[in-house]
Structure formats: C-alpha cells, structure tokens
Ligand binder design. Structure first.
Ligand SMILES: *Cc1c(COP(=O)(O)O)cnc(C)c1O
Length: 385
C-alpha cells in the first residue's frame, strides 16, 4: 500500500474506531415514532393533513424564507422552481457541472438544456468570475433577454448549488445573474442549516429548493421543498404541485396541466420530528469536523474542506481534498478506506460527461475537472461525534 492511503486510513481510524462505518445514516432520536403514530391514527397519511402545513411553517421559520412548499422530493422541487422562474422549452439553463444529476435532470424536465459552468476550489460551487467572462464571451442581450450567440437559444436561469453543505458564492453569482437579467434558483438540497453572512442558503435567489432524502441532513423518507419570499410564486408552487386543482368542496376541476408533487402527510410527520433536532445534528457534524481536522491536520497531501469565510456550513458530508499532485492516488485512497470499512466515495462524475448531457453546451471546466479528481467524501453521520 502507498503511504498516503495508509496514512489517511490510520487518521480516520483515530476518529471512527473500527469499521464498518457507513457514509451517512439518518438519526431518529426524537419524536419520529410519536408523530408517525399520530399521523396513522388520524388516517390523513396522504397529501392533505396538518403535518404538511406544520412542516412548511417550521421550515419557513427555520430558514427565514417567507414561504415553504413541501414536495415529494428535491428533484420535483427543482422542476417546479425552474418552471416558476420562467424556464421554457428550448431554453438553456446555467448549472454547475460539479453537481448531482438531479440539477441537470430538472432542467431537462422543463424541455430546456443544461449549459454547464465551472466551479471554484474555495467553495466547490459556481465560480462567479468564470461565469462573468464566459457570458461576456458567448452571450448577447436581445430585448432584455440573455441569448447564447453560439446556439441562438435563450439562457433563462442559473442554478447555483451548495455542495456537501458548504455555501457557494451565491452573492457573487447573484451579481453576475443580475447583469444578464437571469433569475437565480438555488439548489440548496444539501445545505439546510448553512448560512451566508447569517442568511440561510436557498433564500438568496428568486426560489430555492431543499431535499429530505434519506441521506440528507434531515429526512422525510423522500421529500423536498421550495423556498421563496414571493407570495404569488408560493401560491403557484402549491397549485402546480397539487395537480392544478381548483379549490372546491366536491368538484374536480384543473385549470392547467399540474403535477402530483405534494409531500404526503406521513412524510411531513417524520420531517417535523427531524427538524426539531437539526441544531443538534449540525452541532454533531461540526464536532466531527473538528475531530477529523485534529486527525488529518498534519497529514501531507490532503486537506479537510472547511466552510468558506463569511459562511456557516452544516458540514453535511465531510470532504477530503487531495493535493493536485496526489490526484492520481484518489482511487487507491478510496479502495483503502472502503477495504477498511470506512465507506468513502468520490465526487459525482461531471454532469457534462454523462451520456444524457455530453452534447450540452459547456464553459471550460478546468476547476470542476480538478475537483472531480481530488474529492473524497468520508463517513459523516450526525451520530459519529
Ligand atoms: C439530493 C439532491 C437533490 C434532490 O434529490 P432528491 O433525491 O430528488 O430529493 C438535488 N440536488 C442535489 C445537489 C442533491 O444533492
């Protein structure tokens, strides 16, 4: 075994003890069983019920968003948020190449094409400087709209994503977006509880989206939410996610093609119990970060990713970044960690290289490619610290 993989395994063993340790487990330590039983007893397990309203109100209070609309998952939340931002069939939407596939899939569900942008090492997220020079190079403004001069298509939105819980430079992205008249939809699926200058991620853009999948910082089994400060958009989000049904005591009238995307009450019951514990989950994850830092701080060749200055990260997934000259060791490190029972995984394959997206437009991805070769996520459950 090479020196670096063995050194990293030994450092992690100092924190985690003996394996096997999964990458991320949910933690059910509060009122989960009680709320779920109440929900079953009420018979309102489906998409109407008090827990949905309560979960939405509590999410709004926690994030500081004026409105939260709960959905069946984070991908459906992104789909609806993009439609509400005005994305139309034939458009292009700017997304980071370094993200989970849902970010690009949701663009496709709107009949639009993802247009990939580069990420910066300091945040893992969209690089506003690279975004500005790329748009200057390839776009032109036509009657207030940003048009890709190469493809002739309208660019209609940008979707910054906060990777592994670390806030991206959303303020910088918002500035560039404003210069080009682009609405911002924040993919905050991984960053519930993460702040930029004290403000919650997902509340900077016109709309933001969350995910409560089983591997996220809190879970509803499957679930998501749309955040917005705009009352009209929130009302539209509710309408579109509930099959566009016109409110009436007995009639079934639908005034447009809607979606069956509303979060069921039974999932929201779990969510209410989970949200009560989020502060302790974040505290645990921050302690785990400190322990990893102590164990890995002196190891040459690898850095533990820290929250960017001016932000507060939820440290959802702990992230090792190999030095550039150690990138060729990534698979050896992954193998050594997994062989020793410490579940570890690389970053996502860049979306621009996936089969459904390889012919989509793309800026140069120098930063994203380097990050893809160097990122390793290590066990991160809240129960570990
Ligand atoms: C988890 C996730 C989503 C949405 O996921 P769902 O599984 O549909 O809830 C979207 N974007 C990113 C970056 C994610 O990590």
């Amino acid at each position: 075994m090479n020196a670096l993989p063995a050194t990293i395994v030994a450092a992690l063993a100092n924190v985690l003890g003996d394996g096997p340790v999964p990458l991320h487990e949910p933690h059910f330590d509060g009122n989960e069983s009680r709320y779920l039983s109440n929900c079953v007893a009420s018979t309102y397990v489906s998409s109407v019920g008090a827990y949905v309203d309560r979960f939405e109100a509590e999410l709004a209070a926690f994030t500081g968003a004026k409105h939260a609309v709960a959905t069946v998952n984070g991908t459906s939340a992104l789909h609806i948020a993009l439609l509400l931002a005005g994305v139309q069939p034939g458009d292009e939407v700017l997304v980071p190449a370094l993200s989970f596939v849902a970010t690009a899939n949701a663009v496709r569900y709107c009949g639009a094409t993802p247009h990939f942008l580069d990420s910066q090492e300091s945040t893992l997220g969209l690089d506003p400087t690279a975004m500005r020079s790329w748009l200057a190079e390839i776009s032109t403004m036509k009657s207030g709209e940003c048009v890709n001069r190469v493809t002739g298509k309208r660019i209609s939105a940008v979707v910054p994503m906060h990777g592994f819980g670390h806030p991206c430079d959303v303020v910088g992205v918002m500035e560039v977006a404003a210069e080009y008249g682009l609405p911002v939809v924040e993919d905050a699926a991984e960053s519930l509880g993460s702040l930029v200058n004290g403000q919650h991620t997902g509340t900077f853009g016109l709309l933001g989206t969350l995910s409560f999948n089983g591997n996220k910082i809190i879970t509803t089994g499957g679930g998501g939410a749309i955040l917005t400060n705009d009352a009209h958009l929130a009302q539209r989000a509710k309408h579109l996610t509930t099959t566009a049904k016109v409110l009436h005591r007995w009639e079934y009238t639908h005034d447009e093609v809607g979606y069956n995307y509303r979060m069921p009450n039974i999932n929201a019951a779990l969510g209410c119990a989970q949200l009560e514990q989020i502060d302790s989950f974040i505290a645990s994850k921050r302690r785990l970060y400190e322990s990893y830092l102590e164990a890995l701080g002196q190891v040459d060749g690898v850095t533990l990713l820290q929250e960017p200055p001016g932000t507060r990260s939820n440290y959802w997934l702990q992230t090792l970044l190999l030095d550039t000259d150690q990138a060729d060791q990534r698979d050896e490190v992954l193998k050594a960690l997994n062989d020793n029972g410490f579940m570890a995984r690389p970053a996502w394959t860049l979306l621009s290289s996936l089969k459904p997206f390889h012919s989509c437009p793309s800026a140069p991805l120098t930063g994203a490619k380097l990050l893809e070769q160097r990122i390793i996520n290590v066990p991160s459950s809240a129960g570990l610290s």
